[in-house]
Design a protein around this ligand. Structure first.
Ligand SMILES: Nc1ncnc2c1ncn2[C@@H]1O[C@H](COP(=O)(O)OP(=O)(O)O)[C@@H](O)[C@H]1O
Ligand SMILES: [Mg+2]
Length: 394
């Protein structure tokens, strides 16, 4: 068999974990972040800093901070200061502060035991290690809202006030808190809120033009010459700009479109490949995000998926979904959770963009909240959740 041609030159440049060398259209935000932490290059033992980075899904929060982390490490290192930038995705640890701090400790002591220590003990160990090694750190807590949700006000208060709790000692930890919106902060006490909001870097949505630039950069790195036309890039940028200016969506769509081109041995990525790709993509939600949901969250989401698979309506309500939810609970021999609990799950789904909610205005339904599933094919979501649930119950 002849070896088959691929439109790709280097697929890895489209990988979710690939860190771009340059963040297009984020010069100002990069500089601002650098400014907030410039004391580290001048007088690292003079102060510590706390900065909040916000922006919608795919606006480059994670990539911006990681790129910044790389750059500042080089700058601080040049001056002979011992420094580490530590980036933790809180959602990966379900917001559990002990596990998040454990991760930070393992940067210095890879074999530090995972069990047997409280969050406070781990924090103490962490501070001790930093003192012993005389190292300064920036701890970037990505998807910080999951920590707020899990641990609540007290823990966040303590984290933001480390310097006060540690009076008389050298301060070594600065923070970057990364989250989608300021909404999650509402659950915190006033003084913590104001501490967190003092230094904010806000990443606005990318418009179509910016997305086109970001995508063009990736096309050059990832695809063979002349396999992706301007029109195709524009089509993808257009789709991504309606998806909340989500660069991740654009890049994933670009990659999938290339896969469809390869699958039919096409020499170029045709618009039809993009259309095929977009109909199968699950935008803004990664499998790992679904995986991270609890059993009842999965069951409820499965109920929503089933509803939309079986009904032509665009909107539903929690009241309507509850019946299906109860039936699925029975299938899995689970006791249904309360209305209040389910309501929390609904808000969570909206936060990770799986569903959208709006306040209904139709008289027949009063003013209840309407739920829609705008961008994920119900059938695909159902299948994925079904697989995940089957795995949990095996
Ligand atoms: N300005 C940019 N230049 C190049 N790539 C970008 C830019 N902004 C985002 N990206 C890419 O888009 C994807 C999503 O960005 P990410 O940082 O994960 O967004 P967020 O954390 O805000 O959800 C990543 O692959 C990232 O590398
Ligand atoms: Mg992110």
């Amino acid at each position: 068999m002849l070896s088959r041609q691929s439109v790709f030159k280097d697929e890895s440049k489209l990988d979710i974990n690939y860190l771009p060398v340059r963040m297009a259209h984020r010069d100002y935000e990069s500089r601002l972040l650098m400014e907030f932490f410039s004391f580290l290059t001048r007088c690292p033992d003079c102060m510590t800093q706390r900065v909040l980075v916000t922006g919608e899904v795919g606006t480059g929060k994670t990539a911006l901070c990681q790129t910044f982390g790389k750059n500042i490490s080089i700058e601080v290192g040049k001056r002979g200061t011992k420094f580490r930038y530590i980036h933790v995705n809180c959602r990966e640890y379900r917001g559990n502060v002990a596990q998040i701090l454990h991760h930070a400790v393992t940067v210095f002591q890879p074999n530090f035991p995972i069990r047997g220590f409280s969050a406070e003990e781990i924090l103490k160990t962490f501070l001790q290690i930093l003192d012993e090694e005389q190292v300064f750190v920036i701890l970037a807590l990505d998807e910080f809202d999951s920590l707020i949700e899990k641990e609540g006000s007290d823990t966040v208060y303590k984290l933001t006030r480390l310097q006060e709790l540690q009076q008389g000692k050298q301060q070594r930890i600065s923070f970057i808190f990364i989250q989608r919106s300021l909404v999650a902060l509402k659950n915190l006490d006033d003084s913590t809120q104001s501490t967190l909001q003092r230094n904010i870097v806000t990443l606005e949505r990318y418009d179509k033009e910016f997305l086109t630039d970001i995508l063009n950069d990736r096309v050059k790195m990832a695809f063979e010459l002349a396999t992706v036309s301007e029109d195709v890039v524009e089509l993808i940028a257009e789709l991504a700009s309606t998806e909340t200016g989500n660069a991740r969506f654009g890049i994933e769509l670009l990659w999938r479109s290339g896969k469809y081109a390869d699958a039919k041995d096409a020499e170029r990525v045709e618009p039809e490949c993009v259309r095929q790709a977009v109909s199968t993509i699950i935008p803004t939600i990664k499998r790992s995000e679904l995986d991270g949901l609890g059993i009842h969250e999965k069951i409820l989401l499965l109920a929503i998926a089933r509803f939309f698979k079986e009904n032509k309506e665009a909107y539903t309500t929690l009241a309507e979904i509850k019946e299906t939810y109860a039936i699925i609970c029975e299938e899995y021999e689970e006791k249904p959770h309360s209305h209040t609990q389910l309501w929390k799950y609904i808000q969570q789904f909206a936060q990770i963009d799986v569903i959208k909610t709006k306040v209904g205005s139709t008289s027949s339904r009063g003013r209840s909240t309407m739920i829609s599933l705008p961008s994920i094919p119900a059938k695909e979501l159902e299948q994925q959740l079904y697989n995940l649930l089957t795995r949990s119950f095996r």
